[in-house]
Design a protein around this ligand. Structure first.
Ligand SMILES: [Zn+2]
Length: 424
């Protein structure tokens, strides 16, 4: 494998800066994540209390952020703001509340969009599924995910729900600064961003990720491609001097370029998918036909390292259509295993495996994957099946190196591990 998972996630320079705290003003900071794929916290120190945007992925990361903040100031936490309800933004809140309790400070207020509560309820309802897909998207070395694991019995995370919510807009003043909070669906339906006009600083959560926006994540629900583009434009209209998103702080001339080019990418894909839908195309053809223009695809900050243009296409397609793929054979389909077994009665497993190996040798890894699937699904010969599973595991590792996308690469490599385990 040419690249490690961390290198896939962010280019080296951005990764190094993402993992350190940054001072924007003497009283405004980005407090870095300790888990590489978490979002950072924004910290504003005022004489009347601290305002923190986002809290880290869990109690331990929240605690780490509190410790770093306490090295700078003893001022009580006044307000915690959730940029959105993703776990790496809300999960550390209990550590901030514990700090207030331990110090005898009043409990900080928690501001979030009115839809955050619904999201957290849904997370609790789907906790087993979420644990399973997290083991695919964010595998830890100690995890050995398996589809048959007892995911439903995983421990339920404890979330701190917002106590102050709003619909479109709210603002408050503290210590001489104004905090304007705007609703801005994008990565989620509960995304907001925070603007401090006196300092021209915007805290925007995951609306900028240091790569292609993460709309259309293969494991997750519908996202909001067009609204995301529109909201980036609204942020740009404020002409921020500093933007705190996920990753390093963006400043100066980079701010407008990144906001507007990211918006252009999303708008371009949205318009292309809509055009092709109106021309009568289905998903397979749309995936083939949408080509991102080079002046956008060559920008490192739009790279498909986490989100990916292909995922964005899926997002827009799902937004406006049903699950039908254009082939009526698939409306009430036979089991994949039965189809594959019929194919194997014609060719036999050995020939298929041989052809897959030939394609592998020619560098056509993706096509080889489709062929070995026929054997894995269709054969009753355990030794042929094991051979095909081991070959598929090698193909998946190779494909992960080709696609250079953190999410897809992790799914492929984790699945490769599961196949090797099953094949013995
Ligand atoms: Zn997020």
């Amino acid at each position: 494998m040419a690249q490690s998972r961390e290198e896939e996630f962010q280019p080296e320079e951005a990764r190094d800066r993402a993992m350190v705290d940054e001072e924007i003003f003497p009283d405004i900071f980005k407090i870095a994540q300790t888990w590489p794929v978490s979002g950072p916290s924004g910290l504003t120190i005022t004489g009347e209390g601290l305002v923190v945007v986002d809290t880290g992925v869990g109690f331990r990361e929240g605690e780490d952020r509190v410790r770093k903040i306490r090295e700078r100031t003893e001022v009580p936490f006044h307000t915690i703001i959730y940029s959105h309800g993703h776990v790496d933004h809300v999960g550390g809140a209990s550590a901030f509340i514990k700090d207030a309790e331990d110090r005898g400070h009043p409990r900080p207020r928690i501001i979030g969009h009115e839809l955050v509560a619904q999201r957290l309820d849904k997370y609790r309802m789907l906790k087993g599924r979420r644990a399973y897909i997290a083991s695919l998207q964010f595998p830890r070395p100690q995890d050995r995910p398996s589809a048959r694991q007892d995911w439903a019995s995983v421990r339920e995370p404890s979330y701190v729900y917002p106590d102050t919510t709003f619909h479109d807009y709210m603002e408050f003043k503290l210590g001489g600064l104004t905090f304007e909070i705007y609703y801005a669906p994008g990565e989620t339906d509960d995304t907001i961003w925070v603007w401090i006009p006196e300092r021209k600083v915007a805290f925007i959560g995951d609306l900028l990720l240091g790569g292609c926006p993460n709309t259309g994540n293969p494991l997750k629900e519908q996202r909001y491609t067009l609204e995301w583009a529109e909201n980036l434009e609204r942020i740009a209209e404020k002409k921020p001097d500093f933007v705190v998103g996920s990753g390093p702080v963006i400043s100066g001339g980079n701010v407008e370029e990144r906001l507007l080019n990211t918006s252009r990418l999303l708008r371009y894909i949205h318009e292309e998918v809509v055009r092709l839908l109106n021309e009568g195309y289905w998903i397979e053809d749309i995936l083939e036909r949408v080509k991102v223009p080079e002046e956008l695809s060559d920008k490192p900050y739009l790279a498909g390292n986490y989100g990916h243009p292909t995922f964005v296409i899926h997002d827009v397609y799902r937004r406006y259509t049903g699950w039908y793929d254009g082939n009526p054979s698939e409306l009430f389909p036979s089991k994949g295993a039965d189809i594959a077994a019929e194919m194997l009665t014609i060719t036999g497993s050995e020939k298929v495996i041989e052809k897959a190996r030939q394609l592998q040798g020619e560098g056509n890894i993706q096509l080889a994957l489709h062929l070995v699937d026929f054997v894995i699904k269709g054969t009753e010969d355990e030794s042929a099946r094991s051979k095909a599973m081991l070959l598929k595991a090698d193909l998946l590792d190779a494909r992960a190196g080709e696609v250079r996308n953190y999410i897809a690469g992790n799914i492929m490599r984790t699945s490769a591990g599961m196949l090797r385990e099953e094949a013995g």
